[in-house]
Design a protein around this ligand. Structure first.
Ligand SMILES: *Cc1c(COP(=O)(O)O)cnc(C)c1O
Length: 264
């Protein structure tokens, strides 16, 4: 065996693939897997979750593929990345949200496309305050889209409001938060449930049911509310169950360094 000729082996060649190209190919592969199960083409938005990964990774994907939707979990990290990267990016805040960070996020990042982790009236009100302040100085900024995060699995480690609390919170956002847009509902769900491959993940079914309840409560059609569910391990299942938005990190960017966020 020619162990002394590493350059000729396929494995070595893959290892030498420039990171930018690798990231772009990983993203394209996820897009392809989405479209092979989606009910209609381009009906599902892919949020590439870049938390704990360098800004250069985000830029590489954006430049090579034109992809614009990226997700972050930590407010300081998002503030830094948003300040250094092109304003054409559409940021999603998907992490556990602290009330005292909400105003800042909504006010300082005009291209914050959505906050997906709103689970209390207090947080909605703080985001509302921040976006109102931004709009008063910069009136062409869009309203801030928000998703109500629902704890569908009942796990204490997961944030999100109880399913029964979602309609009230949604109604509050619609009626009291004039600078926010209610975009839909989000869940993380229990990965273990997606691994029981024969039956659909109960969390995904719960989120669909909660969407119907919210729609009825606020008097709109269910299909006017998006679903955000599905991650690296279970996004195809979420897509086949009709999600509008998936949040995928690891299979695009690789394993993350060990983190502060034990829940995920
Ligand atoms: C980290 C994270 C993701 C991405 O998870 P992967 O398993 O890396 O795809 C999705 N959603 C939320 C809320 C996250 O915190």
């Amino acid at each position: 065996m020619s162990t002394d000729q590493p350059h000729s082996s396929t494995e070595q060649d893959t290892g030498l693939l420039p990171r930018a190209q690798l990231l772009a190919e990983n993203l394209q592969a996820v897009l392809q897997r989405i479209s092979s199960v989606a009910h209609s083409p381009n009906s599902v938005r892919l949020v590439a979750v870049s938390k704990l990964k360098p800004a250069t990774d985000v830029l590489a994907i954006h430049e090579r593929t034109g992809h614009t939707h990226f997700g972050e979990n930590y407010s300081h990290e998002l503030l830094e990345k948003a300040a250094s990267l092109p304003t054409a990016l559409n940021w999603h805040f998907i992490g556990a949200l602290q009330t005292n960070k909400c105003k800042h996020l909504a006010e300082r990042i005009p291209n914050l496309w959505a906050v997906e982790s709103v689970d209390t009236v207090k947080k909605a009100d703080a985001l509302e305050k921040g976006r109102a302040a931004l709009l008063s100085t910069s009136p062409s900024t869009p309203k801030l889209r928000v998703y109500v995060q629902v704890n569908t699995s009942g796990e204490e480690s997961k944030s999100g409001c109880q399913p029964t609390a979602a309609p009230v919170l949604a109604k509050h956002i619609l009626e009291e938060c004039k600078h926010l847009t209610l975009q839909g509902l989000m869940t993380i769900g229990a990965i273990a449930r997606s691994r029981e491959s024969d039956i659909p993940n109960e969390d995904f079914l719960t989120l669909k049911r909660v969407r119907d309840e919210v729609a009825q409560r606020v008097g709109i059609d269910s299909d006017q509310l998006e679903l955000s569910m599905g991650m690296s391990e279970d996004f195809e299942q979420a897509v086949s169950l009709g999600t509008s938005n998936v949040r995928v990190g690891t299979i695009i960017f690789g394993q993350r360094p060990l983190k502060k966020d034990a829940a995920i």
